[in-house]
Every structure is written in C-alpha cells, then in structure tokens.
Design a protein around this ligand. Structure first.
Ligand SMILES: [Zn+2]
Length: 469
C-alpha cells in the first residue's frame, strides 16, 4: 500500500513538472485526475483502517458467564450475570445481555466472580529470608545491607507473579526496594515483559535522618539507599521531586520512627509538592502523635497506624484519611501484638475510620507463596469480627479508591480486573484464598487454577516519569 502510494506520488510529481513546463492540457487533466484519485485514496485510508479496527475490536469482545457475581458495593451476590469486556474495560453487566457473535465466552457459571484484589501496602523487591541465628529485625538490616538492587528486582519479578496468581490485580508498593527496583518492576509489568499486578510505586522512602535505621556515628549512610534523609521542608520537597523524577507514583514518608518526628508543616510540604502533580502521600505512622500530625498534614493514608486513640481515629474519619493497618496475623506478630491490632481494627471499624487492605508482607516462609502470605492477613479481620462484605470492600473498592485507580468494582467503564472463586466470599471471606481465575485489564492470567503466561510478542518501554498533562 505504502509503496503504491509512493509510486502514485512520484507520477504526480512527474506530471506536475510537465505542467510547469507548459505541456499539453491532456496531461494536465490526467495529473488532476490522478491527484484527485490520490487524495481520495489518502482520504479513504483512515476510514478503512477505522472500519477495520472496529471490526477487529468487535471480534475482541469477551463475555464472562458468571453464575454468581459479587457486587462488592451493594454487598450481595447476583445470580446468572453476563459481563462484557472490550479493550480491557467492562462495557456492560447484566442478566439479559446479548453476547455479540464472535465474542470469546468464558464460562464461570459454577463460580463466584468478583473484582481483582488489591494490596495497598507491599514491598515486592524486599524478601527477608530467615537466618539461623538472626531474628526478624536482624534480617531486615541484613537484607538491605547485603542484597543489591539487581537481585532485589529479580526477587520482585518472582513475587509479583505470585501476587497475580493469588488474584491481586493492583498493588501499591511503598518502598524498601533499594535503588528504584519497584519502578523498574512497574515498567516491566506495564510494558508486558513479565506478569504481575499493576503497580503504584513509591521509589525511595523519605524520612528524617536515619530513616528506620539505628546507626552508629562512623557509618551514618547505612540507611542508604533505602531512605532519603530529609530534615527540612526544602529537603523534603527536593526528595519528593527526586522520587517523582525517577518514576514514583506515590510518595512514602516515614513520619515517626525516630525520636525526632516530622511536624505538620513538614508533612504538608510533602503533600503539597506531590499533590502538584497529582501524586498522593502515604505516611508510615505508628504513634498517636505521628498519626495525628500526618492526618492534619493532609496525607492520603496512614500506614500501620498501630496506636491511635479513639480521638485520633475520629480525626482520621473527619479528614477522610485511610487507615492501611498492615494487620499482621498472629503467626507473624505473636499473640499479644495481634490482640492489640485486633482491638485497633475493631475500634476503627466502630468509629467509621476509612480502611483499605495493605499487608506489609516482606518476609518469606517455606511452603507459602507471597500471595498466600498476603491472604493470611484475612485472619486479623475475621478475628476482629468485621463483616465479610466490609472485608471484601477493603480488599477491592476501598483500596482502588485510595490508589486512585479505575478498578475494584464490576461495572461498566471499570477496568476488567476480575477473579473467580468456588464459594461465596460474603458467606466466608476465606473463599478468596483460593482464586482459580484471574483476569487483569481484560487479559486472562489464570484459568481452572492454572497460571497462564505465554512468551510475549508485544513489549514496550513505558515512560519512567509520570507526565504532567
Ligand atoms: Zn511496609
């Protein structure tokens, strides 16, 4: 086609030359006719390709027959629903929908179909391996000191796949990934190089001097590259800009892990700088005062939020600040700490503090995948006696809203991030531990309990930096 057009163009040039040279009118007419023909063909080309695209996309419609579809917003399971999907988006949901001819039909008529799961607090490129003589706190230090970014990124590739396999279609990664292994991972997944959930990534954690480390004066830099130390408003703004420059799509602040903690003004400066390009701030805050300051500083979420008073939980509710509780199960946390967390979950729920699921899994346990370890956190919410419908919202729509992504619900216009399980999660939330079908952005990654990943034939290199629009 292109070559033919060139030929025509060449002939027109040739004929126009003749006209300039005052050749006979017949040739002029021929040139005009050819020019018109050429313009007609050029004008037709986009119309043809649009028609072809429309034809192709109608062939790309996928229809899911859902025996039961969980409407997480309403907290109910609807029988015999059809979900139509096109170009990665849900286009229609209902009982009496016409399935277009040529659509790919996925039969989940024996299953409960629900939105893809979301973990709003993870660390894909950090894996603390238990050592013989090192307790857990020790392994955290050793991991950051001994494992280089390249190997951490490779670990991230493996962990990302297990999360997708367990039904997580979005995660928010909040740091401790050495030198931007999280951003590299996000680009790799977005570009189609490797399978994994879609990612919001923080880049390097910003913190007062020392980060979350306790250093000795001879080696003040041991917290690098896990933390950017920033101790004034100017340093905080610079650190936010550096992270965004290197590809962060959320900003993570550690507000209160040292005796010196950020002021409300410090935190507000980060929120202002990140907010200028539409990026939200997640604040690690465990103490009541740290949580209070971060809330008043305007952060989107409190990570951990371990020891808030009821008054501070009410302040969070008032400001719409989301609690991402990272509520470790008793197997990880021990009974005493677990009981305190369960009490805090219960208080936050009774007060009405907004909550979204975030795990904080960065550890390894033999026999378990990262995805399974993440779902073990369900124990904490069932121990707190939260309604199944509410827990499901924490794992889907509440987390999607916190991340600011178009996911977490099954309705027209939302991304086709869809999973399926055998039992009704509204009756027993533990049903979501056994996801047997996973679709992300309209593409199937797991079917009949088996992971699907074929050698990619389309890869690209998405931009590292989010762009101002
Ligand atoms: Zn964490």
């Amino acid at each position: 086609m292109k070559r033919n057009q060139c030929k025509i163009n060449g002939r027109i040039r040739h004929l126009i030359l003749h006209r300039v040279q005052g050749q006979i009118r017949l040739r002029l007419h021929l040139a005009q006719a050819l020019l018109l023909l050429c313009l007609f063909i050029v004008g037709l080309a986009p119309a043809l390709s649009n028609a072809q695209a429309a034809k192709e996309s109608s062939a790309q419609v996928t229809a899911i027959r859902a025996g039961h579809m969980v409407d997480v917003e309403a907290g109910e399971a609807l029988a015999d629903q059809i979900i139509l999907i096109e170009n990665g988006l849900i286009t229609a949901v209902g009982t009496d929908l016409q399935i277009p001819a040529g659509a790919t039909v996925i039969d989940l008529s024996d299953s409960y179909v629900l939105p893809g799961l979301i973990d709003a607090h993870t660390h894909l490129a950090m894996t603390e391996m238990p050592g013989a003589d090192i307790d857990d706190h020790g392994t955290y230090y050793y991991t950051t000191l001994l494992e280089p970014t390249a190997f951490r990124a490779i670990q991230g590739v493996a962990q990302a796949r297990t999360l997708l396999e367990s039904g997580f279609t979005w995660v928010r990664d909040v740091g401790n990934n050495a030198l931007y292994a999280d951003v590299a991972l996000r680009r790799g997944i977005e570009g189609g190089w490797i399978p994994g959930p879609n990612m919001i990534a923080s880049g390097i954690i910003i913190a007062p001097f020392g980060g979350q480390f306790q250093m000795q004066p001879e080696k003040p830099g041991l917290g690098n590259p896990e933390y950017i130390y920033a101790d004034t408003e100017d340093e905080i703004r610079l650190a936010v800009r550096k992270n965004i420059h290197y590809g962060a799509t959320v900003i993570k602040l550690v507000t209160d892990n040292q005796p010196y903690i950020y002021s409300i003004e410090d935190i507000a400066a980060a929120v202002d700088e990140a907010g200028d390009v539409g990026i939200r701030v997640a604040a690690h805050a465990s103490s009541d005062e740290g949580i209070r300051r971060a809330t008043l500083g305007g952060v989107a979420s409190i990570e951990h939020g371990t020891r808030p008073t009821d008054e501070t939980l009410r302040l969070m509710k008032e400001h719409g600040t989301v609690l991402v509780g990272t509520d470790f199960p008793a197997t990880r946390n021990g009974e005493a700490r677990h009981a305190a967390l369960v009490d805090r979950i219960r208080r936050a729920y009774d007060i009405g503090t907004p909550m979204a699921f975030g795990s904080d899994v960065e550890y390894y346990r033999e026999g378990w995948t990262r995805g399974e370890l993440t779902l073990e956190f369900l124990d904490s919410y069932t121990d707190a006696g939260l309604p199944n419908a509410y827990i499901l919202k924490m794992f889907t729509m509440f987390a999607a809203d916190l991340l600011g992504v178009n996911s977490g619900r099954l309705k027209a216009g939302v991304a086709a991030d869809i999973v399926a399980v055998d039992e009704n999660p509204l009756d027993d939330i533990n049903a979501i531990r056994a996801v047997h079908f996973v679709m992300k952005d309209g593409v199937v990654y797991k079917r009949d309990g088996r992971f699907e990943w074929s050698t990619p034939r389309v890869m690209n290199n998405p931009r590292r930096k989010p762009q101002r629009r």
